[in-house]
Design a protein around this ligand. Structure first.
Ligand SMILES: Cc1cc2nc3c(=O)[nH]c(=O)nc-3n(C[C@H](O)[C@H](O)[C@H](O)COP(=O)(O)OP(=O)(O)OC[C@H]3O[C@@H](n4cnc5c(N)ncnc54)[C@H](O)[C@@H]3O)c2cc1C
Length: 397
């Protein structure tokens, strides 16, 4: 046996799982296909301060690019709502630096890391061990943690379900400088014409720099280019902007997978669907659930039992802690994106007038949004708002 556990993919989820397993003194190997951890990046880098705290992370200065205090949400008509809670709500991080900082910490905990090493095949031997083939070698381990991100090639090859096509949205964003924005405010722009199925964003990096991006059911780059030229607010904010670099990616807006363990294997992060469907954010929730995966694998290794029966404790723990939250966010996202532009205008205008923002300010949590969504749904004022908006639901969307 080469290692107790081999982790395929050194994104945040893989690194968190690897660190957790290494903490309990098991031998761990983390394999990353790219030469440098964190590269290429595709993330907007917005992480809640409470989420980082719950992961016990204090990123150093070179990782943090900015802090933000709130968000402005724009409806297609130009109406907007402003959500802030009078405190430093989130950090904007440099994902390349963040991932490589996490990897350094993992290495300090005893995780062996090999980069430039793509896993091409995972199979289970008759003896019950895992056999991992990379571009250059064959390895054996007791457990494999698949942390390959949104692509899900390996997890599909060993029998896990795939993320449906409709839950994977193409995204594109630019880093720009010379923008006219408030440096501590994230802006989100909704609209069927602008970004069907999702939204466009401007995330400030400080000193007139920003990430401006868009995800949608299709043609995200073309839609973003069009917004930069024609959207009444986005084009104004970026009138004098200079593009520094562009990057594409895939945002997940689905539900967590129901089966995330098998004999000698678990899947974590994006490939397990551990993402907030409302925003596509998966670093914090993927990290929290990957740590549970790591804990469960460690327990299995201690007990010398890495069967599906034992490892399914990971499924159960994630279900009881996070699935309700993630599912509520999924249905909220579905409801929001099924509205026509008129419906979105009506929701934003009425949310302001009906005082629903107070509930969000009081109860809101950037990561676990299910609770505030349920509180909003329980409010009689939301019922009225829902009745008004229901006529704008487009059954074909
Ligand atoms: C445009 C965009 C903006 C986003 N903005 C945010 C945001 O602001 N906040 C947030 O929380 N989330 C955001 N996300 C989502 C976030 O990037 C993901 O949820 C997160 O990166 C998932 O982490 P992961 O470890 O599961 O996967 P990844 O970060 O994708 O890491 C997977 C790793 O596995 C490696 N790998 C894949 N296959 C193999 C293989 N066969 N062998 C070896 N290595 C392999 C990959 O190279 C990669 O390094 C955004 C996503 C996109 C597309």
């Amino acid at each position: 046996m080469d290692y107790d556990a081999i982790i395929t993919g050194a994104g945040p989820a893989g690194i968190f799982a690897a660190t957790k397993i290494a903490e309990s003194r098991h031998s761990v190997l983390l394999l990353e296909e790219h030469k440098k951890i964190g590269e290429p990046d595709h993330c907007a880098g917005l992480l809640s301060s409470s989420g980082l705290e719950s992961l016990n992370l204090k990123p150093p200065d070179e990782v943090i690019q900015n802090t933000v205090a709130g968000a402005r949400i724009h409806a297609p008509s130009g109406h907007s709502i402003f959500i802030e809670r009078g405190r430093r709500e989130a950090f904007v991080i440099n994902r390349r630096e963040f991932d490589s900082w996490l990897a350094e910490k993992a290495s300090d905990q005893g995780v062996n890391i090999i980069t430039d090493s793509k896993v091409t095949k995972i199979s289970r031997s008759k003896k019950g061990t895992q056999s991992i083939k990379t571009s250059s070698q064959s390895l054996q381990s007791k457990v494999v943690v698949i942390a390959e991100g949104v692509r899900s090639v390996l997890s599909k090859s060993v029998g896990f379900s795939t993320i449906s096509k409709s839950s994977r949205l193409p995204a594109f964003q630019y880093e720009v400088k010379g923008v006219d924005i408030e440096d501590d405010l994230v802006e989100m722009f909704y609209g069927r014409q602008l970004a069907p199925g999702f939204f466009a964003w401007i995330i400030p990096l400080g000193e007139g720099q920003a990430r401006v991006g868009l995800a949608a059911k299709s043609k995200s780059k073309i839609r973003l280019e069009s917004a930069l030229l024609h959207h009444p607010i986005i084009s104004k904010r970026l009138k004098n902007a200079e593009r520094v670099r562009g990057m594409g990616g895939t945002v997940i807006v689905g539900q967590p997978k129901s089966k995330i363990s098998a004999d000698g294997m678990v899947i974590v992060g994006d490939t397990a669907g551990m993402v907030k469907a409302t925003t596509g954010g998966g670093v914090i929730i993927g990290g929290l659930t990957a740590r549970i995966a790591g804990e469960t694998v460690s327990e299995g290794l201690h007990a010398n039992d890495t069967s599906r029966k034992f490892l399914s404790r990971y499924d159960k723990r994630c279900k009881s802690l996070y699935h309700r939250e993630l599912q509520t966010m999924y249905y909220a996202q579905k409801a929001l994106t099924s509205l026509t532009d008129k419906g979105l205008d009506s929701v934003v205008r009425d949310a302001n007038e009906m005082g629903l923002l107070n509930i969000i300010r009081r109860e809101g949590d950037m990561d676990l949004q299910g609770q505030v969504i349920r509180k909003l749904i329980a409010s009689p004022r939301t019922f009225l708002l829902g009745l008004k908006a229901v006529r704008y639901i487009n059954p074909f969307l």
